[in-house]
Design a protein around this ligand. Sequence first.
Ligand code: NAG
Length: 232
Amino acid sequence: MKTTTISAVAVFAALTSAHSWLGCTDHDNVEILKWMKGNSTLTPPVTIDPLMPWFSNFCKGWPRAKQNPGDWIAESSNYVWNIAANSFNGETGACHPNQRGPNYEGNAPMATARPGGQIRLMFGGNGHSRGSNMPKGDAGNVNVYWKGEPEAEITDISEFTEENKLQSDGFSAESFAYPAGVVSPTEGLQDKGNWQTLNIPQTIIPGRHMFVWVWSYGGAPQWSTCFDVMVQ
Ligand SMILES: *[C@@H]1O[C@H](CO)[C@@H](O)[C@H](O)[C@H]1NC(C)=O
């Protein structure tokens, strides 16, 4: 029975502390964003959730070891990589153990892109998009790290450097949240869909490129997801 207690506590901790992860690395959010906005104006408002298992047909590229469609409730406790907690215990891997190589499910392949193109990363706002429950009320940044060449792997959090940083955006820079003015889930904040449009450099060399998406807040990297993009 002890194991039951421990895992229940772990799930509880995961659900109550701020956390997020990439659910998709090439997400077509055109239709769904329109639906989210439209449905939020209905009486009563209807929430459209872009996280899996729903609407997985809009996902064209997947993170490492992601199931298609997968389930955000299960992923919330067994797929996220908690950098702060793990590095406190001396484990400084950049990626979740299941994401330490280009491992993909057969029906959930890595994204493809062209030099100078874009892919849209998708993650959950989880009630934090307007700074709720965050240090100093700041939802922080999402950063993408990259070694700059094909088949090169970032393995340790010490490699989250300015030199390796490809792009940085606000956690909520491309989010849809409603109602206006409301900041916390207890007041009714809905912020299911957050995105980050990643610009693939014009000069990138064709081949498989490994990237690490990192949500940073409170001055430190906190959560990561690792993924690859096949540049053609
Ligand atoms: C609400 O979302 C559904 C998809 O679930 C969509 O078909 C419908 O057009 C949306 N309604 C509005 C008013 O946007």
